[in-house]
Design a protein around this ligand. Structure first.
Ligand SMILES: NC(=O)C1=CN([C@@H]2O[C@H](COP(=O)(O)OP(=O)(O)OC[C@H]3O[C@@H](n4cnc5c(N)ncnc54)[C@H](O)[C@@H]3O)[C@@H](O)[C@H]2O)C=CC1
Ligand SMILES: N[C@@H](CC=O)C(=O)O
Ligand code: NA
Length: 438
């Protein structure tokens, strides 16, 4: 049978991995696809020493691939927003299917891209864009199709989890571990995307759209990174029975959808608390199936390539069976119709528990003043640790609260920070109990 011809754009970490997996496993892939999947052309800026591209047509210009009539599927692995958007739209305009690992592109321009693809009747597949090699998009879009999804929560940035794990286990400095994650090919070209939660917010935006059938709304996601989490917070969380993880959380509530990324205290016994290094895990709660968990490598050359090549297989199978994209881009049918208008909730309306760490002058009555402020905002305290003074006359106070509205907590924090006895901004980390095992 006629092969499916791939135009590979970008030969970096994921491009190189994709090239190698596709060529190494070509026979098995052809048997699964019902036809060979061959690399017709590669566009790259610099050669990847791990790839032997002898005999393959190459170019420095990615648009040559998008305009090449011998290419059936364009694989976009150059990353970034603008050139990638133009490249993908050009390929679609030319009737080519597209496979991409670019979550920034899908989260920000996905609505426009799917419209264009729908018009042309081509596939845009992006399994590698969320949680690397874990087939979470396929699971959510297809395997859980019978369910009303209640919530999705997970560790969806490998670099951030790698940093938190190695800082905690080896006491290493943030910058040192970040440099290692970059060398291993896990980080984005701008690593602040990983560290500040932007990459996780891109992925959460995509997961939420697929889970609830809402348009992609990255601009409404609340995003907070891990750069302010200290070794002290990690230790105090541990004393209280929690682990700090950087989570993406999206819940369906009566008021709308929560869409938030931030460091989170989770009970040590939860499965998510035990996901370490570059591994990702996403818990999904469906009304029929109950809690489910998807775990694996969230970044890296071949784990991510595994998802890219699986998407190529889907494309090949759809071409072979002459289907017109069997599964809708964001899981719900139609492109405008059937999209739910469930609102994304403002962060101030979120209800959750909180860990607070403050530094107070060691004088009688400070704790009572803090407790009064919390109580006046209707916030009750679940646990309290007051440590011996360690920093001159400043004494750390750790508080764990019961669930309360973010708006009340913001007001309480503002009032506590304005007390003369309190030094500097306090640390606030949200707490989730995440019943993913029940
Ligand atoms: N590294 C990882 O573990 C994962 C990355 N991704 C996504 O995959 C995409 C690629 O990421 P990486 O492979 O890590 O990046 P990378 O920086 O290793 O590779 C990108 C390659 O594209 C090339 N490139 C950029 N613009 C180009 C252009 N105009 N023409 C030709 N070549 C061009 C660069 O020279 C580079 O070799 C990104 O969208 C990223 O977010 C997704 C999941 C995991
Ligand atoms: N930089 C990302 C790569 C995969 O999406 C991460 O670290 O998770
Ligand atoms: Na994936």
């Amino acid at each position: 049978m006629k092969p499916v011809r791939v135009g590979l754009c970008g030969l970096g970490t994921v491009g190189g991995g994709t090239f190698n997996v596709l060529t190494r496993n070509a026979d098995d892939i052809a048997r699964r696809a019902g036809r060979p999947i061959v690399i017709e052309q590669v566009a790259y800026r610099s050669l990847n020493p791990d790839c032997d591209i002898t005999g393959i047509k190459t170019t420095q210009d990615v648009f040559e691939v998008a305009n090449n009539p011998d290419v059936d599927v364009l694989v976009e692995l150059i990353g970034g927003y603008d050139v990638a958007r133009e490249l993908v739209l050009t390929a679609i305009e030319n009737g080519k299917h597209v496979v991409t690992a670019n979550k920034a592109l899908i989260a920000v321009y996905g609505n426009e891209i799917f419209q264009a693809a729908h018009k042309k009747g081509v596939i845009v597949a992006f399994e590698a864009a969320v949680a690397g090699g874990i087939p979470v998009i396929k699971s959510l879009r297809e395997g859980l199709g019978a369910n009303r999804i209640e919530w999705v929560a997970g560790i969806i940035n490998g670099t951030g989890n790698y940093i938190l794990t190695h800082m905690r286990d080896e006491g290493r400095a943030f910058e040192d571990v970040l440099a290692e994650a970059q060398a291993l090919g896990y980080a984005e070209s701008d690593p602040t995307f990983d560290v500040e939660g932007i990459d996780a917010a891109h992925k959460l935006t995509i997961l939420a759209s697929i889970a609830y059938g809402v348009p992609l709304q990255f601009e409404k996601a609340y995003t907070e990174g891990i750069s302010r989490v200290t070794a002290e917070d990690v230790e105090q969380a541990d004393n209280l029975g929690y682990v700090i993880k950087h989570l993406g959380i999206s819940k369906r509530t009566e008021a709308g959808l929560e869409l938030r990324v931030h460091p989170t205290l989770i009970p040590k016994e939860r499965l998510l608390a035990n996901v370490h290094g570059v591994k990702n895990a996403i818990a999904v709660m469906g009304d029929a199936v109950g809690p489910t968990l998807y775990y694996g490598a969230g970044a890296g050359a071949e784990p991510t390539a595994s998802a890219v090549v699986a998407d190529l297989l889907d494309v090949a199978r759809d071409i072979t069976t002459a289907h017109h994209y069997r599964v809708p881009y964001l899981a719900f049918s139609g492109i405008d119709e059937d999209v739910s208008q469930l609102p994304i909730m403002p962060m101030e309306d979120i209800v959750t528990a909180y860990y607070l760490r403050l530094l107070a002058v060691d004088r009688p009555g400070v704790l009572a003043r803090v407790a009064t402020i919390l109580s006046e905002q209707g916030i009750s305290i679940e646990a309290l640790i007051q440590k011996e003074a360690t920093e001159g006359e400043l004494v750390p106070i750790i508080l764990l609260t019961h669930r309360t509205r973010e708006k009340q907590m913001n007001e309480a924090i503002r009032l506590i920070e304005s007390l003369a006895d309190i030094a500097g901004p306090l640390t606030r980390i949200r707490v989730e109990s995440l019943d993913e095992q029940e």
